[in-house]
Design a protein around this ligand. Structure first.
Ligand code: SAM
Length: 221
């Protein structure tokens, strides 16, 4: 059995009781970065063998992890923060397990895009999650699709690229499109900035942008 275990995106209080139990009961933990997850486990006084599973080794690592699960071992999959598989490694392993008939469950838990979307005040009945936009190839096409979207769009972006993205949104969607930038969710300096693209461009141009960011873009009306 493989259990996908979401971990906090900033606030350790967001770990669930079930996540802690599953981690305690696991025979091994598959981690994006064994150091990061090692620290998390240490914080909760959990000692487990950690197997590395990240974008550079995931194709190679899948086989060994599947073999352990086939022997009946219980594995827990974690990423550095949030839900594995959501803009993080996980999909390849989960797909391999499903193909091999290994039971896979995913615990509900922290992920950055849900609180950003819900707190944005923009319609969240229907939405599209795009994750990180490509830096080059396909970016303009995706921006055009976002501009024409009939429902709310959720994006991940790094702080040093936020202004560029807001400029691009201005160009494609217009200065008046409603947008929300959710920064440092669940952390001490959490900020939920809501306004038009022009207003948020002005706001975030005032000083260097820091921290982790989700951008929520309102639909074309
Ligand atoms: N697996 C994670 C999840 O479930 O949300 C996402 C991992 S992805 C590599 C990291 C990106 O998620 C960050 O660059 C940022 O866009 C977003 N993110 C993660 N933590 C965040 C936070 N505390 N506040 C705002 N955005 C966050």
């Amino acid at each position: 059995m493989l259990t996908v275990v979401p971990t906090p995106i900033g606030n350790l209080e967001d770990i669930t009781l079930r996540a802690l139990r599953v981690l305690r009961e696991a025979d091994f933990v598959v981690a994006e970065d064994t150091r990061v997850s090692g620290n998390l486990l240490k914080h909760f006084d959990i000692k487990k063998p950690l197997l590395s599973f990240h974008t550079a080794n995931e194709h190679k690592a899948v086989e060994g992890i599947v073999a352990r699960l086939q022997q009946g071992q219980k594995g827990a999959l974690v990423s550095d923060a949030g839900t594995p598989g959501i803009s993080d490694p996980g999909f390849l392993l989960i797909r391999a397990c499903v193909r091999e008939g290994i039971a896979v469950e995913c615990l509900p838990g922290p992920t950055a895009f849900v609180p950003a979307l819900v707190a944005s005040g923009l319609p969240c009945d229907t939405f599209t999650f795009w994750g990180f936009l490509p830096h080059k190839k396909g970016r303009q096409t995706q921006l055009a699709q976002i501009a024409a979207s009939e429902h709310t769009v959720v994006l991940y972006e790094s702080p040093h690229r936020l202004l560029k993205l807001l400029e691009e949104l201005k160009e494609h969607c217009g200065a008046e499109r409603p947008v929300c930038v959710a920064r440092e969710l669940t952390k001490l300096h959490e900020e939920i900035a809501r306004g038009t693209v022009a207003e948020l461009l002005a706001h975030f141009s005032e000083k260097a942008v820091k921290g982790e960011i989700v951008v929520v873009v309102g639909a074309a009306v």
